[in-house]
Design a binder for this molecule. Structure first.
Ligand code: NDP
Length: 295
């Protein structure tokens, strides 16, 4: 039997419906949630991502400010923008679209964002809270989207063996922390480019989260029959049969569908959840503003 579809689009749509109510309640109290998205350079994929975030804000009645700077902008200019936005009273969330041009220190700039406005959840204070097991703050959007989607599908994690393929600061590592956190209670292995016997490690997983950035790397024989597979990867691969010459591929081979019990599609899986969680973080920050600026 083919795997059930972990439908991130459907789950995100439910999250959005709930957010609309929270946005309306904020508006009744005179607060319009406000997200600023700052993008530097002309990477086409990044502009697509930013536009979809701005469109989602519009749909939910969240105000958005879109700051687009040329690729040769000095890092100091970005720093000044962040400092000004930190102080802006009617602004709830600041997102710096990755990747920044090579001459900029992306982590240092992220670290400057006020933690309560860090809607990407990458600030050391927010990641540190996660390490402490506190999952009530600003959580990184992609990993928290994965968790929300698993919960939505009714997938039990308690006591299960989870393998996270990838250990990045923005996806793999926080995903591993969330899976291992109290309440989720999975037993987690983090695999990466130096992991030996990777297919065997993956094949032990009841829940496999692939966040590796290698198109269709996870093969059916890497997957335990009946496992839940979450495909975080978004890769552009050449495809001459498509008019545009490329298609999107995940990190998981499509044939895994014949082995797994659940599989998230690409596109339509983790991607929509990431944006939904960004919106949720923005609304949460606006609720903190309503409460007087404290968490
Ligand atoms: P990174 O490049 O930052 O991290 C990739 C991780 O995979 C690293 O830990 C790396 O190991 C590991 N890795 C790379 N190659 C191999 C290999 N051959 N064998 C085993 N491990 C390997 O990527 P991100 O975490 O930022 O993103 C991962 C994927 O998720 C990408 O496809 C990205 O586009 C996608 N993504 C999707 C999002 C969404 O909304 N759906 C949001 C963010 C990312 P090491 O640490 O040893 O180098």
């Amino acid at each position: 039997m083919p795997a059930q579809r972990l439908d991130g689009k459907a789950c995100a749509s439910e999250v959005e419906t709930a957010l609309l109510e929270r946005v309306n309640a904020l508006k009744t109290d005179g607060i319009v949630p406000h997200l600023a998205v700052l993008i530097v350079g002309d990477d086409p994929a990044s502009h697509v991502y930013v536009n979809s975030k701005v469109r989602m804000c519009e749909r939910l009645g969240i105000r958005s400010t879109h700051i687009a700077l040329p690729a040769d902008t000095p890092e100091e200019t970005v720093r000044q923008h962040v400092l000004a936005m930190n102080e802006q009273k009617d602004l709830d969330g600041i997102l710096i679209q990755s990747p920044l041009p090579a001459h900029m220190d992306e982590e240092a700039l992220t670290d400057m964002i006020r933690p309560t406005k860090d809607v990407d959840g990458f600030h050391p204070q927010n990641l540190g809270r996660l390490v402490q097991g506190r999952t009530d703050g600003m959580l990184p959007c992609t990993p928290s989207g994965v968790m929300r989607m698993l919960d939505w599908a009714g997938i039990q994690l308690k006591g299960k063996r989870a393998v996270v393929l990838g250990r990045s600061r923005i996806v793999g590592m926080p995903a591993a922390l969330l899976l291992a956190a109290r309440g989720a209670d999975a037993t987690v292995t983090v695999a990466h480019s130096k992991t030996e016997d990777l297919p065997l490690v993956c094949a032990e997983a009841d829940v496999l989260v692939a966040a590796v950035g290698r198109p269709e790397m996870v093969q059916p024989e890497w997957v335990k029959p009946g496992a839940v597979v979450v495909d975080v990867g978004i890769n552009r691969v050449e495809d001459a049969t498509r008019e545009r010459g490329w298609r999107l591929a995940g990190d998981v081979a499509p044939e895994v569908e014949n082995v797994a019990s659940w599989l998230s599609p690409v596109p339509g899986g983790v991607g929509p959840m990431t944006i939904a969680m960004l919106m949720e973080n923005t609304v949460r920050s606006a609720e903190w503003r309503r409460a007087g600026g404290t968490e």
